[in-house]
Design a protein around this ligand. Sequence first.
Ligand code: PEP
Ligand code: MG
Length: 564
Amino acid sequence: MTTGTTTTTTTSVLHGIGTGGGSASGPVARMAPPAALPPQRTVAPADAPAQAEAARGALARVAADLEERAASAGGEAAAVLSAQAMMAADPTLADQVSELVLGGADAAHALDRAFRVFRASLTAAGGYFAERVADLDDLRDRAVARVLGLPMPGLPDPGRPYVLVADDLAPADTALLDPAQVLALVTERGGPTSHTAILAKVLGLPAVVGCTGAAALTDGTPVLVDGTAGTVLVHPAPDTVAAAAARDERRRRLSAQAVGPGRTADGHPVKLLANLGALHELPAAAAADSEGVGLFRTEFLYLDREEAPTGEEQTAAYRQVFAAFPGRRVVVRTLDAGADKPLPFVTAADEQNPALGVRGLRSARRDPQLLETQLAAIASAARGSDADVWVMAPMVSVPAEAAGFVERAKAHGLRTAGAMVEVPAAALRAGELARRCDFLSVGTNDLAQYAFAADRTLGALADLLDPWQPALLELVRTAAGAGAEQGRPVGVCGEAAADPLLALVLVGLGVTSLSAAPGCLGDVRASLASHALDDCRRLAGLALAAPDAAAAREAVAKGAGLTP
Ligand code: PEP
Ligand code: MG
């Protein structure tokens, strides 16, 4: 334990799963959960005016807050916030709240019910209006929190850069996250392949997920988040913060020196590609030194949508992406809805085990038109584009599914079609899959989840989800070997590809491309450039021979000369 030099506060350490690499320090700001409604009480007629006033006042205050934020935001965010402010200021909403209070409801329940009615009418109106439901739910949460005197839910806005601490982050929670304000992420839940971990890499932020004890971190507490070590130092000493910053600077310098196509020290080519989610990630992905996009997660474009996007709308979005990669490859993954990424217009709400349910390509069993529309939109956007457009299906389990997908893709004029290997059955029969596809792409995140029967969002099972698990690497080896026999490229696009040391092992196992968040590619490129292919094969052998993930990591680090 160390103590700070400017205060007598003792430094303490929290442990979790580090991701995103590097470190950052700053004050904590917590993401508050939506306020729970207290038990309903009947308001006496004499109290009704005060309750109605409180509820109307909460709506007005929420509208004013949003207007203020809109004024300082600018661009697209300003328009979204202003539109939300107008909804909060809607006089019909305020009148309905007053009516409900006069009928005996307390202020919080009156607000909740009025928003429910508003929500139902927007949903029924469909189209653009239905898309505003998520904004309305946010308003409801804000108004109820205000009337109950509780902290505002959602992303904090402390007015200075902060370390975001949350129980967990859903993809939709983070849509408005401002990377200029957020220094690092810390979550109590989540595993190494959770979407918080993925988002951290996309934003180039250090993160610690599955961090036991994060719940006790209070607003304003200074912390140092180390995404490489997986630690959160609470009240760090200034010299510790300075040493971490110097280490980061050195790592950045080394990765900036490695440029150009990925290759090992002896020139064996390994395509380095970028993962892409929401469209706002596009400029960074296009600017990255990469050979294109290895995984375009199309479902991220439509997470908050109640209704399926039209073909025209999808074509416009895909065209935008292809236009950013002239002469480069873009691998478009068809919608992977379900489990941790439910899409309201696809995912059934009543599945007992969504991760094992009708998700990914399986959605086409229930709604074949959804896949047809998407393939047609991708094909239409690809026509006349200079990008080399590939398509792949998520959650393929058997060769017949791969064959069916490839047949549909080709019928739409898409030249290169493949399957993801995310289910152990697909890895074990990868040769049969590869015979029916142009390429395979291993999704190590889901492959780990299904191989180890461990929910990828559970920090408590992080050791099982560790991408260094030898059994997972064995499945990768099987898939890569089968692909090579069929003369088909086999890439990795799960989070494993972002680890510079593990990248050596993957290449040694026969993987031909690595796709990761753009910010991680420099470190991976630098690592490949300093090891020959035979070296990678030797390291892969060490990892496969290890009894567990920790031993595999240690043996490879030692074998690569990184530790004594
Ligand atoms: C994977 O499962 O490894 C993958 C790349 O897909 P996602 O993380 O989007 O499920
Ligand atoms: Mg997956």
